[in-house]
Ligand binder design. Sequence first.
Ligand code: HEC
Length: 280
Amino acid sequence: MITRSNKGLIAALGLLLSSMAAAQLPELGSPSAASGGSTTARFFAGASADNGLSFSDTFAFDQPVDITGEIQVETAHVGTVGNLYLVVQLGEDLLIRNSGGEYIPWDMDIATLQATTVGKTLAATEPLTIVDDVALGPAGVSGVTFSVFFAYDTEAVPGELYYSGAPLNVTVNVQEETQAQSLTLFTQNISSPIIQSNCIQCHVSGGLASNTRLVYARSTTPDFQTLNYNDLLDFVRTAGSTLLINKPQGIGHGGGTRLSAGSADLANWIEFVNALEADS
Ligand code: HEC
């Protein structure tokens, strides 16, 4: 119910949300002029995975990212005609974005620099969108630092170029290997409490079940967890999951009942075998 007092609260929340949405783009340091003179131009840029609510410099491989920039041109240049430039450094490679929006290699020679926005009347603030909702890892940008520089020039000062001396740096992490769910369950709930403390009494070289398809490595063997997990994976692939579910419950098992009805171990075992089947 909307009452007088929570109306005030809603209005306050609205204000808070709109101020959050307008989170200020971080400013890039060292604004510079190519001639070596000083400039009052300012450069801002940020990378965000939440539509600009917050900015970050590191992103996951497949996280969609927005990268935006803003050039505040010198007051004297507002209303003059100029060009906007975007230079990207990817590892060792420098790229410029041309007016067609394509990224082309650049040799750092000012003579070959191409503008991304050509011949526009400069406003006090010039926004630039570098990427909009793009997952950079799948786009081929991961494991390297990705830097973005901005620049502009104006017909009012021929031959001069104003640029962000410090770039926006963005790191996109390489893709993590996702571990199979069944392997996680195996190391957490199965290996020690069930295999090593129970089944291995017989399912081991020289044991009562040594001539079955399940002969485990003891915990003194290097990589015993991987070996035993792979043994079980092979078993499911060739024989399915029924024997694995039934035998330890004492159904037609030479070793009798090893996991009793209603026990946590049995529940964990069944969950693991189902995950193993899904991963096989
Ligand atoms: C007291 C000894 C003993 C223990 C402990 C034991 N088993 Fe067995 N298990 C056997 C014997 C003997 C066989 C072979 C006869 C048979 O198929 O039942 C066997 C066979 C099996 C088989 C069939 C293997 C194949 O190649 O077809 C499965 C599956 C199995 N056991 C699961 C388990 C699990 C899971 C545990 C631990 C929770 C366990 N066993 C503990 C004695 C044991």
